[in-house]
Write a protein that binds this ligand. Structure first.
Ligand SMILES: C[S@@+](CC[C@H](N)C(=O)[O-])C[C@H]1O[C@@H](n2cnc3c(N)ncnc32)[C@H](O)[C@@H]1O
Length: 288
């Protein structure tokens, strides 16, 4: 047990621990933008258990001090962010957006570009890559139908664990269910080892997606490109309104006029002051 807590009664221990969780919660909100109301403290506690075990620490107070005060903090910070982010994702998640992209958004953008056209899409908050590779499949299909079409995808996230997974592009067979059969045949390779129930995205598709670490809370995004579309789905839901405003404003700087921004279906930009107009459910177009 932590030295100075040995003689504390359990009520005092609990109070200290709640206080430390609050400090960590505020730190998460400040550094990642993610809201941390008290109701999330049990979740935070369970997510940090593995970090405590890895560092051989016996209390959340000790972990808080380690993270915020020790010289190793910089190294721990990435593991802390990896532990506290929620990375739920799927191939073809909220699939209407991909139909809209292929059938309406891309054709509406096409003529202004001249030929050959290289479309650029940013998958912002890409988690383990399913959304970025879904986009790559959809853009590749669009290219086959149209001809004289090329594309590149930037995919970013703060969490290094999911980025490693995304770059490896290997997925359990059970994860590929939402991918239509013809696309599975074209864009997925079965593992040569029959004992492994996994598939890998084809090298051609992998070469179109570039994964980078980026924190939406950074003041300036080190992104030079201007994008035809940005997918920023199921991320803003974790942010408060001022953070949503600031982040989407920055994303819009890298969106071309007339370009599309997609958010998650359970998210809303209502009431924010942004150069966007809604075009369909959870999809916006940049006005200027
Ligand atoms: C729930 S996932 C959404 C994944 C994908 N966009 C989708 O809709 O399926 C949210 C992702 O946002 C990332 N994230 C959260 N806060 C972030 C921040 N401040 N900067 C960059 N990425 C962040 C998380 O690491 C996580 O992978």
């Amino acid at each position: 047990m932590h030295e100075d807590t040995t003689y504390l009664d359990s009520h005092e221990e609990l109070r200290l621990s709640v206080r430390s969780f609050r400090v960590l919660g505020e730190f998460i909100t400040e550094r990642l933008g993610i809201k941390m109301p008290e109701s999330k403290l049990p979740m935070l506690r369970s997510r940090l258990q593995r970090r405590l075990r890895a560092l051989n620490l016996d209390s959340i107070e000790a972990y808080k001090d380690y993270l915020l005060k020790s010289p190793h903090a910089q190294q721990e910070l990435a593991d802390f962010f990896n532990a506290v982010t929620t990375n739920k994702t799927d191939f073809f998640r909220e699939s209407k957006h991909f139909d809209f992209l292929q059938q309406q958004a891309l054709p509406s953008l096409d003529p202004s570009q001249g030929y050959p056209w290289k479309a650029k899409v940013w998958c912002a908050g890409c988690s383990s890559g399913e959304e970025a590779y879904t986009l790559a499949m959809v853009l590749s299909e669009f290219g086959h139908q149209r001809g004289r079409f090329d594309f590149g995808i930037l995919a970013t996230d703060i969490c290094t664990t999911v980025l490693d997974h995304a770059r490896a592009a290997i997925y359990e067979q059970s994860r590929i269910e939402p991918i239509p059969e013809p696309l599975r045949k074209k864009y997925l390779l079965r593992s040569r080892d029959p004992s492994k129930n996994t598939v890998r995205i084809t090298p051609e598709l992998r070469s179109r997606v570039h994964f980078h670490r980026l924190n939406f809370m950074d003041e300036h995004y080190p992104v030079a490109d201007t994008f035809d579309a940005i997918f920023f789905r199921n991320v803003a839901i974790y942010f408060d309104r001022p953070t949503q405003q600031a982040v989407v404003e920055k994303l819009c700087r890298n969106l071309r006029p007339g370009g599309y921004l997609f958010i998650g279906h359970s998210e809303s930009l209502l009431g924010l002051d942004l150069p966007l107009r809604m075009v369909t459910s959870a999809a916006y177009r940049k006005t200027r």
